[in-house]
Design a protein around this ligand. Sequence first.
Ligand code: PLP
Length: 387
Amino acid sequence: MSPAPPPFARRAWVEIDLSALERNLGKIKAHIPPRIHYIAIVKADAYGHGLAPIVTRLLQCGVENFAVANVREGADVREIGPGANILVLGPILPEEIPRLADYQLTATLSTPEEARALATHAAARRHRQPVHIKIDTGMGRMGAWHTTAPQLIRDIHQQHAGTLDIRGICTHFPSADTDPRQTTRQRHLFQQVLDTLPRELNADARLLIHADNSAGLDTLPPNGPFNAIRIGLLQYGLTPNPGSPLAHINPEPVLSFHSRVGLIKTLPPGATLSYNRTHTLAHTTRIAIITAGYGDGIPLSASNRAQVLIHGQRCRILGRVTMDQTLVDITANPDATAGDTATLIGTQPGGEITLREFCSWTDTIPWEVFCSITKRVERAPRGLRIQ
Ligand SMILES: *Cc1c(COP(=O)(O)O)cnc(C)c1O
């Protein structure tokens, strides 16, 4: 039986290619030594791809470790993966602490105050709270500053052994994609902290030692202390920067972003287009109105700059992007008709607009593009596997 047609037409949607996700995972795993644990980053609704289909497919592929931004996201992953290890990357708010035990989430810990608060709650619940201790080696965000970290680790290990279970030690690189020397310096500072680990902790084979995001893989030493990586961007099909040595992994984009042609009209020379009249037509121009705008995640900065594909052919955006509609020039695209698909990011037969290109037009980065596609835009997974 074929599925019932959707009750309403899609005016803007993203297609999520789950087979591409699976292939990317395979390529990344082939690139790293087998002893390295894979932590799949699925924060922010799996980078806007839709949490449930992404986590489900990753679980089907054997991924055991996931990381999210906060407790709420952790609870959502727990519902999908009852046996998964789930690490919360962000700071825990006071009233969120009980939820850690409710959903068996692992916390990231930076300060003695956090350690005390988590230990107190864990004691009251007769729970042993798993934690990863984060070291600040130069990110300047979370983490114990690397010079004080050895003391924090020792204190937790000695004073909170019954209530806090140290399951990981980690750090974070601010410029793994642009400054390999800084990244190497940070690896060195991190190693100095690891050298001070209490003996039993050092000998604990379960302990995850991690620092690397996608860009970090560029400089991940094959024989260093690291036994886990935290991968977001690369699994979704992008290398962190275009010239990255990781390019040979050749990941495939998982997400593509589409809209429709709602209306076509022709305007004479001298007509001005859209709010604030930022474009004046020089010639008679055939215009298509695309049924998506900044309310769907086409940034205002795409105005008069970005392009879309219609019938595989590039068409320039004219005038300002508005909340629900965007104007494009189809003068050179005589076949375009109302109802056609207009692709903002992705391929059509005969053409492709990459996410990188979209970023260059809109002065942003891939991570932000993923997070800017709004709730109104349906996520349509392809290649769902029923298990
Ligand atoms: C989001 C995040 C990552 C993943 O980064 P990518 O560049 O997308 O691979 C890794 N570590 C932490 C702490 C993060 O917040």
